[in-house]
Ligand binder design. Structure first.
Ligand code: GRF
Length: 222
């Protein structure tokens, strides 16, 4: 891996588990023309595979194990200390499975993105694939959004759709959506690092203009 250009945007990724979205971001940011570097990966789970992925890519890691703290604010104070030590320009939540307090989220207003496996505002929270199947939806997908105090309700930046087939199961649908996640997240992170994407209050701007959430349709690349 080439040494990061310290003038380019510094990306810090938070994950809790497998880290397949982290992997997609590692691969994207390793490309010569990507305008940002992943400078650290933080996890709340000491055994998260995401930590191994980061280590493989020679990216610094840290663990803040939430089970070692009595309160959410105490956990977040420790997490914040680690994050701020790295002075990131962008915090990317990639399967980070802790609910964050309003104070924490406000501290990083406009600098934190999340990926959620549904077409928000449909299906905030967990079990999104099962819920889309149970509802008999024909279309499902993924959303990248800015993180605000509104859980899974921050302003959407981009979405990608998948078609639900009659024989889809949670397993097959998860895989279909995952493919789109791995395409979508690097696109949005690139926009942010290029300085094209900003949050103005609660309004995402793209090239200085209000963003109409772009939606990648099932037939788009990938
Ligand atoms: C993804 O489905 C993402 O949308 C959700 O958590 C999952 C993380 O998967 N927020 P991975 O750890 O990146 O493989």
């Amino acid at each position: 891996m080439s040494s990061p250009d310290i003038t380019e945007p510094r990306i810090l990724v938070l994950a809790s588990g497998n880290g397949s979205n982290l992997q997609a971001l590692i691969e994207a940011t390793n490309s010569r023309d990507f305008p940002g570097s992943i400078i650290a990966v933080g996890c709340n789970q000491p055994r998260a595979f995401a930590l191994e992925r980061a280590a493989q890519a020679a990216i610094e890691t840290f663990v803040v194990d939430h089970t070692e703290f009595d309160t959410r604010p105490a956990f977040e104070a420790a997490l914040k200390a680690h994050i701020d030590r790295h002075a990131p320009d962008l915090i990317v939540l990639a399967g980070f499975m802790r609910i964050l307090t309003d104070d924490f989220v406000r501290h990083y207003h406009g600098k934190m993105l999340n990926i959620h496996p549904s077409l928000l505002p449909r299906y905030t929270g967990l079990n999104t694939h099962q819920r889309a199947l149970d509802a008999g939806d024909a279309i499902h997908g993924v959303t990248v959004h800015f993180v605000t105090e509104n859980l899974d309700g921050g302003p959407a930046v981009a979405q990608a759709e998948v078609l639900i087939a009659a024989d889809d199961t949670v397993t097959t649908l998860t895989e279909k959506v995952r493919v789109k996640e791995h395409l979508l997240y690097p696109i949005v992170v690139r926009w942010f690092c290029e300085g094209r994407l900003h949050l103005d209050g609660d309004r995402p701007l793209f090239d200085g203009l209000p963003l109409e959430t772009p939606t990648y349709l099932p037939d788009d690349a990938g």
